[in-house]
Design a protein around this ligand. Structure first.
Ligand code: CP
Ligand code: NVA
Length: 314
């Protein structure tokens, strides 16, 4: 297996070249095929341990990483940040140094993104971002894997539209993943909900090298017209609960309904990272309807994470 990713941290996707991103997707495809044909255990990480730190709740990330690691012959230790010495003032630096003496990799889900950077700086083992306020790279990988699975390898030919909060971690990672593959993401969001400037800068420094681009289209009807892929995420992300009223009011025109989907191509797909707030950013008729690929998308988290684990853990 390709060894150029060994010991590498994956915090944003911007640390990957286009070639490395494609290698991850190819390895994931191989893992998925083997899993589907009954080869459940591929013990390339026998005896390895992954620590998983959670500052925020999780269903998919927690279970997909744990099953992935175990099916690769390894094991996991789940750590809720509130139950660690971190909660009593131990520094991230000292936590990173200590964990590095016990485990072979660290996955962390945090609020502020800088915590991951610090964890990575002081760990001698690879650190994987399991979601921060700014990025959700494992989701971005599963998203492009799913788009390719449903629509073919050349994402640059597709009209891919993210509708809703353009400053959302999932939107940021989707933008980087598509951009690294040379594609274009259309973000349909109201004023005040554009991608974070630090992510735009990262995008310009990395994805634009490969011909990747993004565009903001305020009108969701114009944005979705002729789309191949329509993607949305919650309007109120974890940690933004105090802003709920304002966010729901501002994002109301961006709900993905059957009527909005009727503006997309006939064979368009609907994507959502989940969990969904049904009735808010998306109606039941869409998430349960003919367009929806959300369960395949959720399954693919596990296959791409297996690829990442197998490639980065020494
Ligand atoms: N999509 C995703 O990361 O889901 P969880 O919050 O359940 O992990
Ligand atoms: N944007 C969402 C994604 C959840 C997987 C959040 O951060 O809560």
């Amino acid at each position: 297996m390709y060894s150029g990713l060994k010991n590498r941290d994956i915090l944003t996707l911007a640390e990957l070249s286009q070639e490395e991103l494609k290698i991850i997707l190819d390895v994931a495809y191989n893992f998925k095929l083997r899993y589907r044909t009954g080869e459940r255990i591929i013990p390339v990480l026998q005896g390895r341990h992954l620590a998983m730190i959670f500052e925020k709740p999780s269903t998919r990330t927690r279970v997909s990483f744990e099953t992935a690691m175990k099916e690769l012959g390894g094991d996991v230790i789940v750590l809720h940040a509130s139950e660690m010495q971190l909660a009593r003032g131990e520094t991230i630096e000292d936590t990173a140094r200590t964990l590095s003496r016990y485990v072979d990799g660290i996955m962390a889900r945090v609020y502020e993104h800088y915590k991951l950077e610090k964890l990575a700086e002081y760990s001698s083992v690879p650190v994987i971002n399991g979601l921060s306020d700014l990025h959700h790279p494992m989701q971005g990988l599963a998203d492009v894997f799913t788009i390719i699975e449903k629509k073919g390898r050349d994402v640059s030919k597709l009209k891919i539209v993210f509708v809703g909060d353009g400053g959302d971690n999932v939107a940021h990672s989707l933008m980087l993943a598509i951009g690294l593959l040379g594609g274009r993401l259309i973000i349909s969001s109201p004023k005040g909900y554009d991608p974070h400037p630090s992510v735009v800068k990262l995008f310009e420094e990395t994805a634009s090298k490969y011909g990747g681009s993004f565009e903001i289209v305020r009108d969701p009807w114009e944005a979705v017209r002729g789309a191949d892929v329509v993607y949305t995420d919650v309007w109120v992300s974890m940690g933004q609960e105090k802003e709920r009223e304002r966010r729901v009011r501002d994002l109301e025109p961006y709900r993905v309904t059957s009527l909005l989907m009727s503006y997309a191509k006939n064979d368009a797909i609907f994507m959502h990272c989940l969990p969904a707030h049904r009735g808010e950013e998306v109606t039941d008729s869409v998430i349960d309807g003919k367009w929806s690929v959300v369960w395949d998308q959720a399954e693919n988290r596990k296959h791409v994470q297996k690829a990442v684990l197998a490639l980065v853990i020494p």
